[in-house]
Design a protein around this ligand. Structure first.
Ligand code: ATR
Length: 289
């Protein structure tokens, strides 16, 4: 047992993940591992909740005996609109993925996706600094939004957004430049390879490269050799993008760590200690994918 995760809480604690569908969520595996590993009395369960039931189920968390929940697709925006207090970062990201029930029954919402993203990069590459140069983000969905806000928050000097549907990237850039500044540059998807010039970081947040999806078609020639390449896709773990980046000696970080690291603050809030991401945890989660 690791000795750096002594829970300050007592009694049997319940938490879970609300989603629709929620069958494929890996969160129960992650939290279940930590509960066993640290010998904490509690459980983390799947809570299937249809959209029309979400509000009532969230408001009933205390009555139902929950210390809090993770919130996943399609409820992250509804959670933002429902909780009593919102962490400023969750407001900037526009989504809540972690909810804590406070002693008076009120709900506190925050977002750990950006934390997970950043911690994963730091764990993968010693001395990683977002300030070291421009970042290229492929995609303009919810994951891209959390990542772009986070990168600008920690001082990325420029973020280039490339998305198949350019208008979506433009809208995201407009909204975010008001909230977190920039500069944010939007390019044509067809010219995406040109935007790699001078980049320090490349992140794929699209579904391209995922099992049963099309591969990500991206010529890496213009990408500087020192640029870090990260794919948030983790099935497969080594996507074609990561394999090609590695082959030209770019540092790479896979996407599994983002999922594992984003779970840590919620575990700490509910169960009372900040858990570690270890090789054993990675192996156990991978075995279940
Ligand atoms: P999430 O909220 O998890 O980020 P999403 O909102 O569904 O997911 O976003 C998926 C991303 O993958 C989008 O940027 C999407 O591009 P569009 O905005 O044009 O839909 C991108 N994506 C999905 N399939 C794609 C494809 N075949 N080619 C290019 N981009 C694709």
């Amino acid at each position: 047992m690791t000795d750096n995760c002594f829970s300050v809480k007592s009694g049997f604690i319940r938490a879970g993940v609300m989603g629709w569908p929620v069958d494929h969520s890996l969160s129960p595996k992650v939290h279940g591992y930590w509960l066993r590993h640290y010998g904490i009395g509690g459980e983390y369960v799947r809570i299937p909740v249809a959209p029309d039931e979400f509000l009532a189920r969230l408001k009933n968390l205390q009555k139902d005996g929950f210390a809090g929940v993770n919130v996943t697709v399609p409820h992250k925006e509804a959670a933002l609109a429902t909780v009593d207090e919102i962490h400023p970062l969750a407001r900037r990201i526009g989504a809540v993925n972690t909810v804590v029930v406070r002693e008076d029954g009120s709900l506190y919402g925050f977002n750990t996706d950006g934390f997970g993203f950043l911690e994963n990069l730091k764990a993968g590459v010693a001395g990683f600094k977002a300030t070291s140069g421009p970042a290229v983000v492929l995609g303009a969905g919810g994951a891209a939004r959390a990542i772009i806000v986070t990168l600008l928050d920690v001082g990325a000097p420029e973020v280039r957004i490339l998305n198949r549907t350019k208008s979506r990237a433009e809208q995201l850039a407009d909204e975010l430049s008001d909230i977190v500044g920039g500069p944010l540059i939007v390019g044509d998807w067809s010219a995406r390879a040109d935007y790699l010039e001078g980049a320090a970081l490349l992140v794929n947040t699209t579904t391209l490269g995922m099992k049963n999806q099309h591969p990500l078609d991206l010529d890496l020639t213009a990408l500087p050799p020192a640029a870090l390449v990260n794919d948030i896709v983790y099935v497969p773990l080594k996507t074609d993008l990561l394999v090609r980046a590695r082959a030209r000696n770019n540092p790479i970080v896979d996407g599994l760590g983002m999922l594992l690291h984003q779970a840590r603050p919620g575990f700490e809030a509910w169960f009372g200690c900040l858990p570690d991401v270890t090789d054993e945890l990675r192996a156990q989660v991978l075995a279940g994918i």
